[in-house]
Ligand binder design. Structure first.
Ligand code: MBD
Ligand code: FE
Length: 280
């Protein structure tokens, strides 16, 4: 019998924070714009405090919790679950192509390159899950195929764990950078992922449990699709009828992003989904 080490909030939180800290972030926000945003953000919080009659004990618990989130390395997790969807909504206002969704905390760039017809790297154990054959084409907004478009794909395994954020998994498990063919087409074989549970042993889990909420995201595929001269799209795909599709803790499901794979004679699930990219 094998036992797997269950990833803890501390484990995955710290890994997500370490990854984020290695990225260089900047924004060209003017002092005037920052002042306006800061004023409204603090004003919104002040209003909540006054409307709900928040007490000193509650204020102190809040302060302690904020400290815990930072010390536990869970800011990437908490922010991507509860805040990122609103930022994505702003981005979506200016886009016409395939709908985007949040990136979440577990993207890792530079996954191994794979040809247009490929199988994602997976463990022997993963082969017990239902195989999923994902076909389609990357096009521009007029439906013209884009040869050599890039699909970065990453997702959780059949137990809900992401490689590089769970110590028992090989580095690039269920991650790949797929290069489409001359017409933008691809046929990617992977497995059906499981729903993802926010780690319940850390401050993000405490926050959810203390209000009797649920810590689940529906099973999903993460993708970033890109091509020269096109705006890349960061998105997720979900599975029709799956648990938590209608009540994702991260509020990141859109009706246009729900797949309905059909079982084939080969024992694999098959689905087609095409991506249309906006001009850059
Ligand atoms: C995930 O897998 C995810 O996609 C998000 C947004 C947050 C936590 C875990
Ligand atoms: Fe995810």
């Amino acid at each position: 019998m094998t036992t797997i080490e269950s990833p803890t909030a501390a484990g995955s939180g710290t890994a997500a924070t370490d990854k984020f800290k290695r990225e260089r972030v900047s924004a060209d926000t003017s002092p005037e714009r920052l002042a306006a945003i800061a004023k409204d953000a603090l004003g919104a919080l002040h209003k909540v405090i006054l409307d709900h009659g928040v007490t000193y004990p509650e204020y102190r618990v809040f302060k302690q919790w904020l400290i815990d989130v930072g010390e536990g390395g869970e800011w990437p997790l908490f922010l991507d679950v509860f805040i990122e969807h609103a930022v994505e909504e702003v981005l979506a206002r200016s886009r016409k192509g395939t709908k985007g969704s949040i990136e979440g905390p577990y993207y890792v760039p530079n996954a191994p390159k794979l040809p247009s017809v490929c199988t994602l790297p997976m463990r022997e154990e993963d082969k017990k899950a239902t195989p999923l054959v994902f076909t389609g084409q990357v096009t521009d907004l007029d439906g013209n195929g884009i040869g050599g478009a890039i699909i970065e794909l990453w997702h959780a395994d059949e137990e809900g764990y992401y490689s590089q954020f769970a110590p028992h998994l090989p580095k690039w498990n269920l991650r790949g950078t797929i290069v489409t063919d001359d017409e933008g087409r691809y046929e990617i074989t992977t497995i059906q992922p499981a729903p993802y549970q926010i780690p319940t042993d850390g401050p993000t889990g405490q926050f959810i449990e203390a209000q009797n909420g649920h810590p689940w995201r529906p099973a999903h595929l993460h993708l970033i699709v890109s091509a020269p001269g096109k705006e890349s799209v960061t998105t997720q795909l979900y599975f029709k009828g799956g648990d938590w599709v209608a009540n994702d803790v991260a509020s990141a499901v859109k009706p246009e992003l729900i797949l309905d794979p059909q079982p084939g004679d080969d024992g694999k699930n098959h689905v087609t989904y095409n991506f249309a990219l906006d001009p850059a």
